[in-house]
Design a protein around this ligand. Sequence first.
Ligand code: DP6
Length: 324
Amino acid sequence: MSTLTATAVAHPNIAFIKYWGNRDDALRIPSNGSISMNLESLATQTRVTFDSHLPEDIFDLNGTRQSGPALKRVVSHLNLIRGIRGTAIHAHILSENNFPTGSGIASSASAFAALTLAVTTALGLQVGEKDLTRIARRGSGSACRSIPAGFVEWNAGETDRDSFAFSIAAADFWDLTDCIAIVEAAQKKVSSTEGHSLAGTSPLQEARVQDAPRRLDMCRNAIQTRDFAALASILELDSTMMHAVMMTSTPPVFYWEPATLNIVKAVAAWRKSGIPAAASIDAGPNVHIICETRAAENVAQRLSSLPAVKEVLVSKAGGPTVLK
Ligand code: DP6
């Protein structure tokens, strides 16, 4: 082998029903299933070049050479796929995000989705979508949901084989937009990976996991029938349940800033006045406002006028991870 290269583009996703806590941390078999929407305007583009002359793997992210934990995580994902292919050849990885890294916008989802497709392709592996989601999952759980198109469900499963993601509706099935209110663009203090390992210490996690099939059914039905009111109530409940677990873990994790709560309350008031919008928060202080696209401009304008909101990113539902 001399040089083998491939480039892939993936979108991050926003979970309507969240993944929090693992049955198996090493294999990233989650405690509960989840449902998300890919975000079209946000993207990670990754070029992988395998080169038999390279003495070690190199990872450049947004123009900066990576070392330490960021490099280690990418190298272990490379090792997983090299193991499947039966090769030890090293790679140069060039990755660019068009959104702030570590802002609570799941950059690891698009990162490992793009990396998985680029690496398997460059190594000449023929991998179908289901197995791509299983490999991406090992890099970052939420990455498995960025592989298929549009609205995606991750079947929790119990083993590596049956923990995979699949599309439940195409991106254009329902005209929804995510307006992301950026409160803080700095790296988050407690990573998702660290947070997942704490979930089981919360006395609320068991109840949250037990009730997950009901929430998944409600969310799936709301998407399939395009019922915004139903989607709004289940996605807000699910987000708050996850944060209740985070806040009651040992040690506790508070991702919310005062501005986060102010936005959540403002969105509830807007919805009461007839605006189809609902709030969801990941492992950071920023707020994702999911709305019907006809209300997106109004929602984005209202968010921008709130004093603590530094920026509003706007995205419709997006497609699958693709080669470029
Ligand atoms: C709050 O997929 O980032 O965004 O598997 O350790 O990489 P790792 O965690 P990650 O966790 C995502 C957590 C979440 C909820 C979600 O996207 O479902």
